[in-house]
Design a protein around this ligand. Sequence first.
Ligand code: GLN
Length: 196
Amino acid sequence: MRIGVLALQGAFIEHIKMLKSLGVTAVEVRLPRDLDGLDGLIIPGGESTTIGKLAVMYNLMEPLRQFAAQKAMWGTCAGMIFMAKEIGNGSAGRDQPLLGIMDIEVERNAFGRQVDSFEIGLAVTVFQNGDGGLFPAVFIRAPRLVAAKGEARVIAALADGTAVAAQQGKWLATSFHPELTDDPRFHQYFLSLVGN
Ligand code: GLN
């Protein structure tokens, strides 16, 4: 299995390390041709505005959309924003290019400045019961899911109901950063979607 990690900006090295620890070939993606032969792609956290602008500059927007039409894709944090069709506060546009593939609406920096970083144990509906308990979810200036529409389903929410992870077929989006923990379950779950 060969998995790419979009390496324009942000926390791509941590995803690569996690994938390698799971015995997967992990490839940094910067150019359209880097997508050739990959089975899935992760879009890391970072700054979604910067990732979007660089993706336009490197002519990656259409190749990424075509890739997603066939293959598994997972966006963490800024990557989730980049995959979304809608941003709640309307900042999408020329200044914030979006891939716009998942039927989700997100709100950037949804947890305010006081709590711009926190960790919380999260129940993830698609994990089997009893296989390791709550997932340690790390949030850093994180977005939240305002809505999951169409085929998109919420797969994790905070105790107050705030949705923080969604799945739509082979696509995943998480507000938080599984690559910054030692817990491989989200990466393993993504790999199970790649293999389907
Ligand atoms: N706040 C960033 C954004 O809006 C996301 C933060 C992150 O990826 N850790 O793009």
